[in-house]
Design a protein. Sequence first.
Length: 116
Amino acid sequence: MQVSEISPKLSEFAYAEGFAQRFNACSSPKEVLAQFSHLPVAVVARALYDGSPNPLLLGAVLGHHAPYCQSLAQEYPLLFAPSGAAARCARPGNARYTMCTPRIQRAHAAHTGSTR
C-alpha cells in the first residue's frame, strides 16, 4: 500500500480543520444550525469526526431537539465503528446489520433506544 492510499489528503484535512474552526466559532446549537443545516448530515458528521470540534458545543448540538441535530446525533457515532463499511452496517434497516459485531449493535441500540 502506498502512503497516499492510507493517509488523508492534505486538502481534506484542511477542509475538516477549517470546518471545525467555523463550528467552534459558534456560540450555541442554534447558531450551528443556522451555519451548517444546509449541508448534508453525513458531510457535517464526517467533517466533525475528521476535525477538532469543541466537545462542549458538539455535545450541545448532538443533544439539541432540532430534527437536523437528531439526525446528526444518529450519524456521527457511526463514524467510530472499526471501518466505514462496519459503520454503515450498524443501521438496523441495513441488510448487513446482522453481520455487525454485537458490540456495534449494542452501541447503536443504546444510542437510538432501539430494542433490536
